[in-house]
Design a protein around this ligand. Structure first.
Ligand SMILES: Nc1nc2c(c(=O)[nH]1)N[C@H]1C(S)=C(S)[C@@H](COP(=O)(O)OP(=O)(O)OC[C@H]3O[C@@H](n4cnc5c(=O)[nH]c(N)nc54)[C@H](O)[C@@H]3O)O[C@H]1N2
Ligand SMILES: Nc1nc2c(c(=O)[nH]1)N[C@H]1C(S)=C(S)[C@@H](COP(=O)(O)OP(=O)(O)OC[C@H]3O[C@@H](n4cnc5c(=O)[nH]c(N)nc54)[C@H](O)[C@@H]3O)O[C@H]1N2
Ligand code: SF4
Ligand SMILES: [Mo]
Length: 766
């Protein structure tokens, strides 16, 4: 930092408004504080200059009026007072230590750790959690991707992702990449597949979304009925010789039960129940059977709807039944520096012969399933509010806004108020921060080193360590520094205990690697507190103030050991330690990101199960398939006849990362979409006001008529209803906060993911 800024310089960084994290070049004004121009960075190895409409507006994130600039402590009357950092660190460490002493460290829960653009800070929280003996955690993944993580780990041994640049058939289930991106270069890729006469785009979505408009085959399922549609599609394939049975026999185990179920599925009844004409099912089945280059992408349209876990299991069969896995243009296992959607699994002690998990980990109060260390978000209030000796007493929330983003905001507010101690780390005054005892202000993602562990491209995968380009707002700290100070306040290491390592680091990475190996053997604490130790020992000797990147050294070393051929195939040289060090050095030297590994296509030795096969047997899922014969969906009643999709991605929404409603400019994405015929029945007109009522809440909405919806469906945007200061400096809310309307109990039976796309509701004209 501190280098001169000129208005002609373009700084490489990334857009932080969705998990694609496109590489961008930004230009600052002459004060060096305002982002005035943003353009795609052609030097980024994967996004290659692509951005969507949102990247141009990242300054609304960077310079929000509600950015925090001093640690805050809550007074008895609920207002906040500014305190200095030493006081804040001492009192936060003291508050948590008190809980640990009285109730045990496992009564302190951790939530968050990173959002759409920032995972580096959360990586260092591990050392604080270790010091406090914290055991339970969660984050937004546990309200969308845990069912997917479970089925993927059981069937494939790891996460799955498609190669949409090279597939012949793309199947997009409950996702609208045109607006939500997520995958790299989404709009270009979707348009390319749509235009090519020899490629097929299949979109399963009740609504004629922007992506569905591009589709060759649009499957407009009735909301919540995807599972029957997918069963019809797969059933038709198996029953009509369109399944690649030879491939399945050669590459999978445990296929008997599921293949029998598909053989016996009542295809026509299932298609009819999901509202899909058999001609469309046959077209889609034939397209899938015509190639082994299939890409499948699923997202919230099924992950936040009934039968979400079963849908995600069946979505794997969309590419496995035709044998499109591990091959060129097909589906693949994700491999990267680290993967936020993978982890330690469910901790199951065994999987029995019928394919049922035994002895999995659960939460202390309600016994909800835990996967990859994450407990269901929908269980959190119950785990706090229960009259139970093991209930949570305190929470550390980092880079997340659960009081707004999780189902049933009222219940979350009640639960947070019931905690003895709540600390929030954020850049802005959020709905969650407002409930905290202490708020620790973070430097923004453009003021510090940042990175995400989202990249999952194949065969070449990338990593992007972004450099800071704006001076941190006064009073803020980067999270790695906060966590380090907390660890020190908690007195984990003696003075001088790490000096040998610090000294070694000053001689370069090779010396440091050797010293680290020795230190880990002689002092077991070092492995337990690795992020902290790396930050304080290796960190200071990294160039350009890149201390926060020190944790990546450990990940590079690990990747070099676990996948040396792939790292070398991407052009990194060396063996063992030196390969890891070279990769780390290249990451530090690549401000626009770089390719870190290149996997061999078709190499089944990389498959993750010990037998190098895919395991199709999941007893839990097959039981649920049997249950489909009962055609059960959450009932719509006369009281709540409509289905609300509570939280859609639109042109200008970005979760709650951007809080200033001005960023939407003239576009009004705040309205509730209603089908014209439903509106007519209720006497509601375009741009009219109405009351939206669910069993959990009521909100006044602005109505926009949209005949791309199905009759009986309504849709509200995601991430709105934030409290933000208006021109007069008074707090105001723009749009509706969707989770004032959602209920904790409307959730999937396996990992508790909410049914936000299937909220029963009614509309009343005003
Ligand atoms: N613009 C924008 N982009 C974003 C975000 C954002 O807030 N704004 N957030 C990011 C995040 S965190 C995520 S997880 C992704 C989510 O990305 P998406 O999953 O694409 O987002 P949604 O718009 O919530 O839902 C996608 C589609 O599900 C459809 N749908 C509703 N009900 C059903 C159903 O019963 N079945 C099926 N098949 N489809 C249904 C909706 O019509 C919608 O088109 O977006 C990321 N990108
Ligand atoms: N009803 C309904 N609810 C939903 C959804 C829906 O479709 N419908 N979508 C859900 C989905 S998929 C997701 S992923 C969640 C997302 O919800 P959350 O995980 O709660 O997070 P975000 O809204 O993405 O906001 C991230 C927070 O990080 C802060 N932040 C930004 N940069 C930094 C930084 O550098 N450091 C720190 N410490 N903080 C920073 C922001 O100010 C913000 O408070 O919302 C979910 N909620
Ligand atoms: S919002 Fe997502 S797709 Fe759009 S520019 Fe930003 S990172 Fe890229
Ligand atoms: Mo998400």
């Amino acid at each position: 930092m501190g280098r001169p800024m000129t208005d002609t310089q373009f700084h490489p960084t990334a857009c932080n408004l969705c998990y694609a994290n496109c590489g961008v070049l930004v230009q600052l004004d002459d004060t060096g504080t305002q982002i005035v121009k943003v353009r795609g960075d052609k030097a980024h190895p994967i996004s290659k200059g692509y951005t969507c409409n949102k990247a141009a507006r990242i300054n609304y994130y960077q310079n929000g009026k509600d950015r925090l600039t001093a640690p805050l402590r809550r007074r008895k009357d609920g207002s906040f007072e500014e305190i200095d950092w030493d006081t804040a660190i001492a009192e936060v460490a003291g508050g948590f230590s008190k809980i640990k002493r009285e109730f045990g460290g496992d009564k302190i829960m951790y939530y968050g750790g990173g959002g759409q653009g920032n995972h580096l800070g959360g990586a260092y929280s591990g050392s604080v959690r270790q010091a406090l003996g914290m055991k339970y955690q969660s984050n937004a993944l546990a309200q969308e991707k845990t069912g997917k993580a479970w089925t993927a780990q059981r069937v494939l041994g790891g996460g799955w992702h498609g190669d949409f640049e090279n597939c012949d058939v793309a199947v997009i289930v409950g996702k609208n990449p045109w607006q939500s991106n997520g995958m790299q270069r989404a709009r270009v890729v979707m348009r390319d597949i749509s235009k090519a006469s020899d490629r097929t785009l299949i979109v399963m979505d009740p609504r004629l979304s922007e992506t569905a408009e591009l589709a060759d085959i649009h499957l407009p399922v009735k909301p919540g009925t995807d599972v029957w549609c997918i069963m019809a599609l797969l059933g038709y394939m198996v029953q009509n010789g369109l399944a690649n049975i030879d491939w399945i026999h050669a590459n999978t185990t445990g296929y008997e039960r599921i293949l029998n179920q598909l053989k016996e599925a009542d295809v026509e009844a299932y298609a009819a129940f999901s509202g899909i004409n058999m001609t469309l099912i046959i077209q889609a089945a034939e397209a899938l059977a015509s190639t082994d280059k299939i890409g499948v992408y699923e997202d919230l349209g099924i992950e936040m709807a009934p039968y979400s876990t079963l849908c995600t299991y069946l979505n794997m069969l969309i590419f496995l039944i035709p044998g499109s896995f591990g091959n060129e243009g097909g589906m693949h296992l994700t491999t990267g520096l680290a993967n936020v959607t993978e982890g330690s699994g469910t901790g199951a002690s065994a999987i029995d012969e019928e394919g049922y998990e035994k002895g999995y980990k659960t939460t202390p109060v309600t016994g909800a399933r835990i996967i990859n260390g994450l407990m269901p978000c929908n269980s959190i209030p119950e785990e706090i509010l229960a009259d139970h000796p093991d209930r949570f007493r305190a929470m550390l929330v980092e880079s997340a806004n659960p009081a707004h983003s999780l189902a049933d905001s009222q219940k979350f507010r009640e639960a947070f108020e019931a905690l003895d101690f709540l600390v929030v780390i954020d850049v802005a005054m959020t709905e969650t921060a407002m409930l905290a005892d202490y708020i620790l202000p973070a430097s923004s993602q453009y003021e510090k080193y940042e990175a995400t562990f989202f990249p999952h491209e194949f065969p070449e995968n990338f990593f992007h360590l972004r450099k800071p380009m704006i001076e941190p707002k006064p009073g803020t700290l980067a999270e790695p520094e906060m966590h380090a100070r907390l660890v020190e306040e908690l007195g984990v290491f003696e003075d001088g205990e790490l000096t040998t390592l610090s000294d070694a680091a000053s001689y370069g990475l090779d010396t440091f690697s050797v010293a680290m190996q020795e230190a880990m053997l002689s002092n077991p604490k070092i492995a337990h507190y690795l992020p902290y130790v790396l930050y304080r020992t290796l960190g200071p000797s990294l160039p350009d103030g890149a201390a926060a990147a020190a944790g990546l050294w450990g990940l590079c070393s690990r990747l070099a050991v676990s996948n040396p051929e792939a790292v070398r195939a991407a052009g990194h040289e060396g063996e063992g330690m030196s390969l890891g060090n070279n990769l780390f050095q290249s990451i530090l030297n690549s401000p626009s990101g770089l390719i870190i590994l290149k996997l061999a296509v078709g190499d089944a030795s990389q498959w993750r199960h010990a037998n190098r096969k895919i395991n199709l047997l999941m007893g839990e899922m097959s039981d649920e398939i049997d249950y489909l014969k009962q055609f059960k969906l959450p009932e719509r009643t006369d009281e709540f006849p409509l289905v609300l999709s509570a939280g859609e991605r639109r042109l200008y929404t970005a979760n709650t990362v951007v809080r200033d409603p001005d960023w939407m400019k003239s576009n009004n994405p705040a309205s509730l979409f209603v089908h014209p015929s439903d509106a007519a029945k209720l006497g509601i007109e375009e741009a009219g006001r109405a009351n939206l009522v669910t069993k959990r809440g009521k909100a006044q909405v602005l109505v926009e008529l949209d005949d791309r919806l199905q009759e009986g469906s309504i849709a509200l945007p995601n991430g709105l209803g934030l409290v933000y200061p208006n021109a007069k400096g008074e707090n105001e809310q723009f749009g509706v906060a969707p989770n004032e309307l959602t209920d904790l109990d409307d959730r999937d039976p396996w990992f508790g993911t909410p049914w936000h796309k299937f909220v029963r509701a009614r509309l009343e004209a005003i």
